[in-house]
Design a protein around this ligand. Structure first.
Ligand code: NAP
Length: 310
């Protein structure tokens, strides 16, 4: 059996198109242009690419953006000052700080300093708490995008046995909350789970967010299950590429020789592809939805601001 690829590109484009038309309406009727402020600290190349993609998406949908790129030496106090000034500005609707922050900065204090009404990443404890209580306002973009993809692909969540591997604040935990709210029976696994494969194999719906290239193989997957691969790992070893991609390795080896690396998720693409019913590709899967949902959350923040000032 070959798994059907759940490509996210068309859905991500539709979400951005819908945001764009609503932004045009806000500009036309209320005379304001919603704005996202992105804060990045240090020289991490991956963070620079992620923020660049978010700024580009803002341009596509008509959201004004500000990119605050600060040096590695920035202190917690300096960053708190910047967040404070963005919180108090009426022309800024959404604030995101690209994670991870440098080790010397107290990440928790920064996340908690963002006004919950501008917390378009949904990481503030107030937003995490509201999600846990079943009263979500801003939901972290990656799990929110996964729910959109499941709905768009007409994959039944209600009553499904769902398993989430990974319990991070930004993916695993909010993912489990969202699936629970949609009436799935949810199990959360992590690095201390005993006999992981025996748990994941029970799942009709398996979401994997662990950060380990190709770790989830055919032995972890129930035949016919839907598998959502959140992982995004760079690999640069040709033998590893051959092992992970099997018959599709040639294309990936070409990417490797051009760029020096290729991307793979946390799911073993060749092994899982033979067992799963549906599988998200990497790249071309969940990552595209994360940025689209950030645009949707920024629109939501702007609408909340408009309704408060009306
Ligand atoms: P994270 O904060 O490092 O959390 C990883 C989670 O995986 C932890 O809960 C950890 O368990 C668990 N884990 C690690 N090794 C495991 C093992 N051998 N067996 C079972 N569980 C294990 O990672 P994250 O931020 O959630 O990101 C996960 C992956 O998703 C990364 O590859 C990241 O790049 C990717 N990602 C992609 C997007 C996107 O838009 N596509 C967005 C966010 C993240 P413990 O809690 O016990 O340590």
């Amino acid at each position: 059996m070959a798994a059907k690829e759940l490509k996210a590109g068309p859905l991500a484009d539709r979400i951005k198109q819908e945001v764009k038309s609503q932004i045009e309406q806000i500009v036309a009727t209320r005379g304001i242009r919603p704005c996202l402020a992105a804060v990045r600290v240090g020289d991490d190349p991956a963070s620079a690419v992620y923020v660049g993609n978010k700024i580009k998406a803002c341009e596509e949908v008509g959201i004004r953006s500000e990119h605050h790129a600060l040096p590695e030496s920035t202190t917690t106090a300096e960053l708190l000052d910047l967040i404070g000034s963005l919180n108090s500005r009426d022309d800024v609707d959404g604030i995101l700080t690209q994670l991870p922050l440098p080790a010397a900065v107290e990440e928790r204090l920064i996340i908690e300093a963002i006004d919950p009404a501008k917390d378009v990443d949904g990481f503030h404890p107030i937003n995490a708490g509201k999600l846990a209580l079943g009263r979500p306002v801003f939901v972290p973009c990656t799990p929110a995008g996964i729910i959109e993809l499941l709905d768009d692909s007409e994959i039944e969540i209600r009553g499904a046995r769902a398993c989430v591997v990974g319990r991070s604040q930004i993916v695993g935990r909010p993912m489990a909350q969202l699936l629970l709210q949609r009436d799935a029976t949810v199990t959360v696994c992590h690095s201390r789970t005993r006999d992981l494969a025996s748990v994941t194999r029970e799942a009709d719906l398996l979401v994997v967010a662990i950060g380990r290239a190709g770790m989830i193989g055919r032995e972890h997957i129930k035949p016919g299950a839907t598998v959502i691969d959140v992982g995004m790992n760079k690999i640069s070893d040709a033998d590893q590429v051959r092992e992970l991609f099997g018959a599709d390795a040639e294309k990936r080896l070409a990417v490797l020789s051009k760029r020096g690396y290729t991307l793979v998720g946390d799911v073993h693409p060749a092994g899982a592809g033979e067992v799963a019913g549906k599988l998200t590709p990497v790249p071309g899967g969940v990552g595209l939805l994360t940025v689209a949902m950030l645009m949707k959350n920024t629109l939501k923040a702007a609408n909340l601001r408009c309704s408060e000032s009306a």
